[in-house]
Design a binder for this molecule. Structure first.
Ligand SMILES: C[S@@+](CC[C@H](N)C(=O)[O-])C[C@H]1O[C@@H](n2cnc3c(N)ncnc32)[C@H](O)[C@@H]1O
Length: 208
């Protein structure tokens, strides 16, 4: 298999995943989601739109991110965009997901996009994976169970450096579920934060 990165192939994989996002649906909530917040009792891919993906890539490139942490892999759409930044900055993406079918889908997406060398998949509940985290982080993308964002930042905060960037998705459409997180990053003197009001709303925070 040809594993050399190719922009045209990458964009074809993006388009394929964007189409899949429109149809993928599991009705009901599988056992592994017990204790995890799920909107409307159904499982979708819940991918970010391409505009948000391009913004993520731009931010990760802007601070030459070497270690990129993603909370919520799904089928790997945002992951391939982040990995394309990691490829250019000589870094790696670490992405966390608990749903077995999605972990497998993401593995295939990373292979198809020829970015498997720039991504490590971490399987399990985010809080449990983060409890064993030990690397300095340059960029974090939060895109999982919204009510737990504040708990997650508390876990990875010790590993941020001055200039690390955190982007939290759904700050507009599900802002009410992460109010504690939004208040925290807005009021803390340790961050410069602003709401980028595109797509689902990206809350961007720079560690000062
Ligand atoms: C919004 S989707 C991620 C979409 C992905 N970032 C993208 O744009 O392609 C959120 C994902 O987080 C996973 N998730 C939610 N809560 C989780 C938790 N506590 N631990 C691990 N994964 C979780 C869900 O299974 C789901 O696939």
């Amino acid at each position: 298999m040809n594993d050399e990165f190719d922009e045209k192939n990458f964009l074809e994989v993006c388009t394929e995943l964007e189409k899949l996002d429109e149809t993928f649906l599991i009705k009901g909530v599988p056992e592994e989601y017990k204790e995890v917040w799920v909107p409307n009792n159904e499982i979708k891919l819940w991918q970010i739109p391409r505009t948000s993906a391009e913004v993520l890539k731009a931010f990760a490139l802007s601070n030459k991110s070497k270690v990129i942490l993603e909370l919520g892999t799904s089928a790997g759409y945002s992951g391939i965009w982040l990995a394309s930044a990691a490829r250019q900055s000589g870094g790696k993406v670490y992405t966390i997901e608990l749903a077995t079918p999605k972990i497998e889908m993401a593995r295939k997406s990373f292979e198809k996009a020829r970015l498997g060398n720039y991504i490590e998949q971490l399987e399990g509940k985010i809080s449990e994976v983060l409890s064993k985290w030990d690397k300095q982080v340059d960029f974090v993308f939060l895109d999982a169970d919204k009510p737990n964002y504040l708990g997650y930042i508390r876990q990875f905060e010790p590993f941020l450096r001055v200039g690390s960037i955190i982007v939290a998705d759904n700050a507009s459409d599900f802002g009410h579920l992460m109010k504690d997180y939004l208040d925290y990053v807005s009021k803390s003197p340790n961050y410069y934060s602003f709401l980028l009001n595109i797509d689902h709303g990206l809350m961007v925070s720079i560690r000062l």
